[in-house]
Design a protein around this ligand. Structure first.
Ligand code: F6R
Length: 612
């Protein structure tokens, strides 16, 4: 969804901002724009559609814009008003002097528009954002200075926002405000950067400062000054180092980010597991929550989409390893169902971005009911990490492809480690059982490498099924959520209708769909459910369903029954969900490519869903 960038330094702001905007493309957007401090004022460029349009506009300025050393930029994901040039950011005051980019929603914009119209100021767009520069203009017309007008306007806004603002008469200054969406400042050598997440900052600096909710800040050549709401007193915000790889957000020779990120999973898992498991001992590094492990009588997992599927696997793992009851809610539903939570509830938000509006609202709701709170998140410093008492960071590195791959499997690894810690603390898991799961986790990166070597076989299978209109994914036990996730991956990137079911549910309805045109993707590891899944598959085969089976190495039971069999390492049941996810990611990927789909940027989807 919307992304903000800013630059202030000694290099060409337009090319740096363009590069930073490209690195935010993955969030999803439908128009883009830039404001540049040039000789005599601020040049504003905006356009509907992809960044290539903005790039063309920049080059038509004949080098004029290239001289600018200060600027702000934006990618917009339309909420209020269509994705047109007029609605694209930056929004500008009537005299062209105040220029603003915004991420979030001003909930009271209708009331503000009425007030502005009473003062004779007419908005040029349908957006909520435009109220901001117009309101500032109104104040400055009354003699209020730039900084004061900014903070007074921030005070007038209700809702969630991250903002960057420039004024034509203050060329060396960018004002910032945050209440909700992340805004991070990168501190370089004589140059400074602003962005909605750290990915655009990585090529320039590793030293970053996250603004906190309620902060107003001033970025100048001297650096960042964070102020309280009165703009009178400075507030200290520590800077931190980001240790992601230099090339983490680059394609690195792969045709798509989704492929690259799928193939990065052995390393991402290794990093994640090593962070919390050393010499066979789990150390989550969460002193504030240590006493909660034994005090809780319920776990409440809150998440959306793929992260919700991770939560469903977490339910199996935590209930089995720690013998505590786990419920898993769609975060978008939680607040609206009068949820039950007490100080004996551990509410866990799972979110790769840490910015999902529904998940943040659900965790806040659980917290207000007294629950202890934990986040599992891939984005250091994101909103969710500020709400939860403790955060387990997944070490997946930046995930650019909209379809989640490595962020998902690292979430599963962290949930397994959490299950181990809870199980040991609660005395429900003996040392030998814990050691077996720990060793299975440690062996996983190597086994995943072998799974990735099956890519040519999976690509071949994709050739046989890519023209299908529907697909069924089935499995039992902790693999059932992986069937749901496999179906989601296929539908979001290839637009094939797909559904996931527990294998035992087939005969209660979906079996009616089965004929030779319905591929059935079945997950049948060598676990306690194997025999029953096998019976279900025989029922499907009897109705001519074309079965693609994922089984443990050496399992011959489906020879002659399945159209294709993919053999995977025979692993401990606790880590099978991670291992079986990967072939399904590859299958969806190859099918989507054969259908000519944009796998990294599927239609209508955004990576960071910051609206309800
Ligand atoms: C699908 C996908 C989405 C996200 C969902 C929640 O591949 O990525 O379903 O899982 O939008 O996002 P996060 O995890 O950022 O809260």
């Amino acid at each position: 969804m919307c992304g903000i960038v800013g630059y202030l330094g000694h290099r060409s702001a337009s090319s740096i901002l363009l590069d930073c905007l490209k690195r935010l493309e993955y969030r999803g957007y439908d128009s883009a724009g830039m404001g540049l401090h040039v000789e005599g004022g601020i040049e504003v460029l905006r356009g509907a559609g992809r960044l290539t349009g903005l790039e063309a506009k920049l080059s038509s300025l004949n080098g004029h814009a290239a001289k600018a050393q200060v600027g702000i930029g934006h990618t917009r994901w339309a909420t209020h008003g269509k994705p047109t040039e007029e609605n694209a950011h930056p929004h500008v005051s009537p005299d062209g002097k105040i220029v603003v980019v915004h991420n979030g929603i001003f909930e009271n914009f209708l009331e503000l528009r009425a007030e502005l119209s009473y003062a004779g100021i007419v908005p040029q767009s349908q957006t909520d954002t435009e109220c901001f520069p117009l309101m500032m203009h109104l104040m400055m017309r009354q003699g209020i200075g730039f900084e004061d007008a900014f903070s007074l306007t921030v005070d007038r806004m209700r809702g969630k926002y991250a903002l960057a603002c420039m004024h034509a008469d203050h060329p060396g200054k960018i004002l910032l405000a945050r209440s909700g969406p992340t805004l991070v400042v990168g501190l370089g050598n004589g140059e400074h950067f602003v962005a909605s997440d750290v990915a655009p900052l990585l090529p320039h600096t590793r030293t970053v400062t996250f603004l906190e909710d309620g902060d107003i800040a001033e970025l100048t050549a001297r650096g960042l000054r964070v102020l309280d709401r009165t703009m009178q007193h400075s507030v200290r915000r520590p800077s931190q180092r980001i240790d992601w790889d230099d090339d983490a957000a680059e394609l690195d020779g792969h045709p798509h980010y989704m492929r690259k990120e799928t193939f990065e999973q052995p390393r991402a898992l290794e990093r994640t597991i090593e962070a919390y498991l050393q010499a066979g001992q789990v150390d989550l590094g969460l002193p504030a929550l240590e006493e909660a492990w034994t005090q809780i009588d319920r776990v409440s997992i809150l998440a959306c989409g793929t992260s919700w599927h991770a939560g469903l696997v977490g339910k199996f793992l935590i209930e089995q390893l720690a013998r505590v009851s786990v419920e898993v809610d769609y975060a978008s539903e939680y607040r609206y169902r009068a949820p039950l939570a007490t100080d004996k509830t551990l509410a866990i938000a799972i979110t790769q971005s840490g910015e999902t509006a529904d998940t943040i609202a659900a965790l806040s709701e659980a917290k207000s009911l007294g629950a202890r709170t934990l986040a599992i998140c891939n984005a250091v410093g994101s909103q969710v990490t500020r709400i939860a008492e403790g955060t387990l960071i997944t070490r997946a590195g930046p995930e650019i492809g909209v379809a989640s791959t490595k962020a998902f499997t690292t979430q599963l690894a962290v949930l397994t480690l959490l299950g181990l810690r809870l199980g040991r603390a609660r005395g429900t898991l003996n040392e030998a059982e814990a050691a077996a799961v720990g060793s299975a986790l440690a062996a996983l990166p190597g086994q995943l490498q072998r799974v990735l070597e099956l890519a040519p076989q999976i690509e071949q299978i994709a050739h046989e099924f890519y023209a299908s209109h529907d697909a069924l994914y089935i499995a039992r036990g902790p693999l059932y959520p992986i069937a749901l996730e496999g179906a989601l991956k296929l539908k979001e990137i290839s637009y094939i209708h797909a559904e996931g079911y527990p294998a035992g549910e087939l005969k209660h309805g979906p079996i009616a769909l089965i004929d030779r045109d319905m591929p059935i993707i079945a997950l049948m590891p060598n676990d306690a459910h194997r025999e029953r899944t096998l019976s279900n598959l025989q029922e499907a085969a009897a109705r001519e369903g074309a079965i693609i089976a994922l089984v443990a190495e050496g399992d011959r039971a489906l020879d002659g029954i399945a159209s294709a069999v993919i053999e995977l390492p025979d692993v401990h049941p606790a880590v099978a969900p991670i291992l079986y996810s990967v072939p399904l990611q590859l299958l969806a990927y190859y099918i989507a490519i054969l259908r000519g789909c944009d796998v990294d940027r599927p239609r209508n989807l955004a990576k960071s869903v910051t609206v309800e």
